[in-house]
Design a protein around this ligand. Sequence first.
Ligand code: FUL
Length: 434
Amino acid sequence: MTAPSHPESLSRSEHVLAPTPAQLAWQRDGLGVFFHFGVNTFAGREWSDGTLSPQLFDPTDLDVEEWAALAAELGAKYVVLTAKHHDGFCLWPTATTDYSVASSPWKDGGGDLIGELAEACRRHGLKLGLYLSPWDRHAPQYEDPAAYDEFYLTQLRELCTAYGPLHELWFDGAGSAGRNYDWERIGELIEELQPGAMIFNMGPATIRWVGNEDGLACDPVHYVTASADLNNYDDDVIESAVPRYLPPECDVSLRRGWFWQPGEEPKSLPHLLAIHDRSIGLGANLLLNIPPDRRGRIDPQDAARVRELARALHERFGSPHEGELVSQDDGVVQVALGDETSLDHIELVERLEEGQRVHRHRVLAEDGTELAVGGTIGVRRLHRLPAVVRTSGLRIELDGEAAVLEAVRVHDATGAPVPDLGDAYLAPTSAPEA
Ligand code: FUL
């Protein structure tokens, strides 16, 4: 298949790029939980420069079981842990540097946080992803690109061989503007050792960053693109010679910062629900950061807010009414709901095996009243209606060659908390002080 050079040509079906089965499975997972934990947690820092003492890393009551249980309770399908943040401190006893848990008082230097979390994830049916910052402010080799590439490849090899199947490898572009890493060898190594892992944003990426750290996508959400933003702090854009199928992941922290800091508070429930609807509800994945505190536990305020969110999502979407797709002809989908049904949310699922097709859509009630309009649908699209509607069927009009829906569900969320959507939540983006 020849990849198109202009997005307009994507409407020609022979040119629509399709996801791999692993990409589609990752998209269907939808929700992940990020854990930022490291020396910064103990120093009240967002970024540090690689000089903090490993002696600081001393969680007094570390309980990864609690982390995994909370992620599972929220309905997450995967987690991503900062194996190494920009400061270079490693959460596993790597052979590449002594700047790691092996030099810390935690378990007298005998601990392996990644190993512990991998086991907890297995117990809770969660898939494991790891973040390995390319930018490393501790490693002296960083000044010598060839030496650093070897060092980084060795770290990646350790992570890819010791902890079972990895679901995602998170390559954060922060600090890396203008720097080239050996992506060819990094890609070969992943292909050899973890062929099922999604590769976040850099090099041979299979998924991309949505372009902000507020957890917000915008309609339309295109899965095929030739560019992705590098990071939150520079204007650099990663361009590929041809478009690729690269579905977005929206990352955002429950709190203001990525690492736990005293005095910060979790985002409000309406804010979190708005993020849910602007990410998962637009067909993107959501990676919600829940930063463990200095004990190595989840801050009780954070745990309570996450449980509130889980309950609120369950109230809204926990009792779906599955529509019957009676016919799909020429972009018109007739959906039977059975008897007159009350609904205030509509959920659409596009068939994606042959690529993303829908670029506009309209949803009408049985009597012809327009209920919702939008752009892309993708792996899931949620429409919240301003009020409850009663109807026994829906007519859905799709624009997009060979577009097909896989499922239509409706929800009656009467009484459940619903968010006030808007862009008011967008936060400013400046680099943290390091
Ligand atoms: C950013 C980093 O600089 C932050 O510290 C955090 O890890 C976030 C997920 O990505 O670009």
